[in-house]
Structures are given as structure tokens and as C-alpha cells.
Design a protein around this ligand. Structure first.
Ligand SMILES: Nc1ncnc2c1ncn2[C@@H]1O[C@H](COP(=O)(O)OP(=O)(O)OP(=O)(O)O)[C@@H](O)[C@H]1O
Ligand SMILES: [Mg+2]
Length: 219
């Protein structure tokens, strides 16, 4: 902390998430929801305690090891989008596909397609086929969020961490994104961990936990 004071955000917290589950996390602003997601995703390391993915303790991996695990298993939709400003919408989605170093991907029917086609298809799914070559600063907040969602979907992650994925969207686009999330879970058995204030998104969750006072409880 700037003044040297230590703040405890999460404490005595224990959580098990089953593969294929859709989990919702609710809580007031500042309760630590984004902090919890960052810990679960191995973006931050807890000062005490551990996070396991299958049998791997993230504490035992170095930054490269955690980055490798994230690239191959996790997808992210951040509250602040985290798009690369010097890359177009299309390039932002293509980049992680290139990092995977696989020359082809699959469409929704399982047909093999190039990673370039996959990037365009994912952007089409979120209604951005006319914005492929726009840079993030030429897109609205909701459009940037949809690029972030397309980027996360492109990798068909085993686990998708989503921080208020519908937070910046109008109702129609939000409903579409909820359908896309649901499809991802049904078709690819993707585990979804969603922080949300959106009643429509929480209705899709099989389990909803409330974060308050650093602890999680069932609602
Ligand atoms: N890098 C940081 N350094 C110091 N304190 C931080 C840092 N990041 C977050 N915090 C503090 O931790 C607490 C939890 O923040 P967090 O972002 O996890 O909340 P949140 O529940 O996601 O809130 P919101 O709904 O507004 O996104 C806040 O009180 C915040 O001020
Ligand atoms: Mg947050």
C-alpha cells in the first residue's frame, strides 16, 4: 500500500470449482471479486494459501509456467478489456491463436479452418464483422468488450474467467453474449467463472456465491 498499511481483501476463503461448472460471483464494488479472479487465474499469487488447477499448485510454477498454463487452458474477459492498443480488433483476436502455434483451428461444426478464418468467425459471432480493422480507440466500450470476448472464445479455453462480461453491453448484445457463453459451456464443456451484477447472467449460473468481508457464501 502507498502508506505502508496492509489491507486484507480475502481471508479464510475456500472454493472448489468443478470442471464444466458455471459459477457466478457477486459482491459490492471493492469486495475483492477481481482480486479473487486474478488469484484463481494465476495472474496474482496469494500472500497465503494456494490455488490448484487439477493437481498443479500454481505456487510451484514460475511466471513462465503460469503463462503457459493460462495460454493453453484459460480465457479471460477483463473488466477493463485489456486489448492491445496498437493492434486492430482482428489482430487482437488472431494474436493468441498465433501464440498457440497451431496452424489450424475448428469452426462450430468441428471443420478445420485457418486461424485467420477462426479470428474473423469469432468476431462475426459477436457482431463485429464490420469492425475488423478498427483499433481499440476507434471502438466503443461495448465493442471493445466484444473483441475481448471474441479473443477469449477463439482459444476455446477449458476455463473462462469473465469479469462483468456483460457490464458494458446493451441488453440485446448482453443477451447474445450470455447465449455465446452458454454455448461455449454446453459445446466445449468450458468451465465458466463469471463476476457479474447482471441478473440475466446470474440466472445462467449453476451456482452463485456472494463475496463479502473477504469471504464467500452461498446466496
Ligand atoms: N493493486 C492494488 N493495490 C492496492 N489495493 C488494491 C489493488 N487492487 C485492488 N486493491 C484494493 O482491493 C480491494 C478489492 O478490489 P477489487 O478490484 O478486487 O474489487 P471488486 O470487487 O472487483 O470491485 P468492482 O466491482 O468495483 O470491480 C479494493 O478495496 C481495492 O482498493
Ligand atoms: Mg472488479
Amino acid at each position: 500500500m502507498p502508506n505502508g498499511e496492509t489491507l486484507t481483501i480475502l481471508q479464510d476463503l475456500s472454493l472448489e470449482i468443478e470442471s464444466g461448472q458455471i459459477l457466478g460471483i457477486l459482491g459490492v464494488s471493492g469486495s475483492g471479486k477481481s482480486t479473487l479472479l486474478a488469484l484463481l487465474a494465476g495472474l496474482d499469487i496469494p500472500t497465503q494459501g494456494a490455488v490448484f488447477w487439477d493437481n498443479t499448485n500454481l505456487n510451484n510454477l514460475d511466471e513462465d509456467g503460469r503463462a503457459h498454463l493460462r495460454l493453453h487452458k484459460a480465457g479471460f474477459v477483463f473488466q477493463s478489456f485489456e486489448l492491445l492498443p496498437a493492434y486492430t480488433a482482428y489482430e487482437n483476436v488472431l494474436l493468441p491463436l498465433e501464440l498457440l502455434d497451431e496452424k489450424s483451428s475448428r469452426d462450430a461444426t468441428g471443420t478445420s479452418i485457418t486461424i485467420e478464418e477462426k479470428a474473423i468467425q469469432c468476431l462475426r459471432e459477436v457482431g463485429l464483422e464490420k469492425r475488423l480493422h478498427h483499433y481499440p480507440n476507434q471502438l466503443s466500450g461495448g465493442e471493445q468488450q466484444r473483441v475481448a470476448i471474441a479473443r477469449a472464445f477463439a482459444l476455446e479455453p477449458k476455463v473462462l474467467f469473465a469479469d462483468e462480461p456483460t457490464g458494458n453491453l446493451d441488453e440485446k448484445t448482453g443477451t447474445h453474449v450470455i447465449e455465446l457463453l452458454n454455448n461455449l459451456n454446453k459445446m466445449h464443456k468450458t468451465t465458466l467463472i463469471c463476476v457479474t451484477h447482471d441478473p440475466a447472467l446470474s440466472r445462467m449460473c449453476q451456482k452463485v456465491l456472494h463475496l463479502s468481508g473477504g469471504q464467500l457464501s452461498s446466496t
